[in-house]
Design a binder for this molecule. Sequence first.
Ligand SMILES: NC(=O)c1ccc[n+]([C@@H]2O[C@H](COP(=O)([O-])OP(=O)(O)OC[C@H]3O[C@@H](n4cnc5c(N)ncnc54)[C@H](O)[C@@H]3O)[C@@H](O)[C@H]2O)c1
Length: 328
Amino acid sequence: MSTVLRRILVTGGAGFLGSHLCERLRAEGHDVLCVDNYFTGRKDNIAHLLGDSLFEAMRHDVTHPLFVEVDEIYNLACPASPIHYQFDPVQTTKTSVIGAINMLGLAKRVKAKILQTSTSEVYGDPTVHPQPESYRGSVNPIGPRACYDEGKRCAETLFFDYHRQHNVRIKVVRIFNTYGPRMHPNDGRVVSNFIVQALKNEPITLYGDGSQTRAFCYVDDMIEGFVRMMDAPDELIGPVNLGNPVETTVAELARLIIELTGARSRIVHRPLPVDDPIQRCPDISAARRLLKWQPQTALRPGLDRTIAYFEKLLTERGETPKRTVAAA
Ligand SMILES: NC(=O)c1ccc[n+]([C@@H]2O[C@H](COP(=O)([O-])OP(=O)(O)OC[C@H]3O[C@@H](n4cnc5c(N)ncnc54)[C@H](O)[C@@H]3O)[C@@H](O)[C@H]2O)c1
C-alpha cells in the first residue's frame, strides 16, 4: 500500500482495466483524474465513483494535448480488442502514437512519472514460447492487426526516447490477456464471447480447432501489477511482462464456461482470423523477481465473478439469461 497521496491521471479510465485502476487508486486515497473519450469505455464503469470529491472524470481525446497538474500518469487510452481497434484503424494508431506523445509531453512538463500499458501484441505471432521481454517479436506491419501492434510498438519507442532524451521517468508494462467484470460484452474477446453465448444458451464459436492457447489473468491481479510497477524505484523502467503464465486451450476455456454457467450451448467451429496467434504465454520471471508479483486468482473463481457480472448486465439490458443451472 502506498503511503504518499498523489494526484494521478488515468487515461482510458472509463474502460475495463482503467475503471478498476481508478477504484484501486481511490481506495488508496489518491486524487484521481479519469480521462476518456468513451469510445469503448462506459460512464457506467465509473458511475459509482462520481460522487467522490477526490475523483474527477473528464471527456477528452488523448490525440489532443492535455494541460493538467499531476504527479503520476497511467496511460491506458486505446481500444484493446480487435473488433474495436479495427473499426477505425487510423484512429487506433493515432491514439497510441499521438496519445503517447501528448501524455509524455505532459509528463515532461509537470515532471510526472508515467506508466504505459503496452501489450503482448508487440510480440506478434511469436516464435519463442513463453515470451520473455527480450524477444523482439514477429509482427506483420501491414496486416489488419498492425494498427494496434505497431501503434503500441511505436509508443514503447517514444517512451524510451523521452526517457533517454528528456529524462522522463517512464514505466512500461506489457499486458497479456486479462479478463474480469466490466469487460465489454461485444468486444469479440474470447472470455466475454464465450460467457455471453453460454448465458444465452447460444452456440459457442470456437475459432480454429480450439487447440490455440491463451493465458488468462484476472483483472485484480493485473491492477496490482500496475501499481507495483508504478511504485517501484525509478531505475525500473521495464518493459515488464504482466500476465498469467498458466496456459489454457481455447477449447478447455469453452468447456469450463459451459460447466460454470450450466449452459446447454454446443460448440461450433469457425476459421481462425488472419494473424491470430496460435500460442501466447508470458514469461513473468522479471515481474516475479523485480516486483514480487504473480497472479493470485485461479481461472475458476475469476470466471465465476466475471460470469456473475455478465449475468447482471444481460438481465439489466433485458437480454435475460436462459440458464438452467446457477453458477457456483
Ligand atoms: N485487457 C487486456 O487483455 C489488455 C491486453 C493488452 C493490453 N491492454 C491495454 O490496456 C489498456 C486498457 O485496455 P482495456 O482492456 O481496459 O480496454 P478498454 O477498451 O476497455 O479501455 C480503453 C479505454 O480507452 C478509451 N479511449 C480509446 N481511445 C481514446 C482516446 N483517443 N482518448 C481517450 N480515451 C480513449 C476508451 O474509451 C476506453 O475507455 C489499453 O491500452 C490496452 O491496449 C489490455
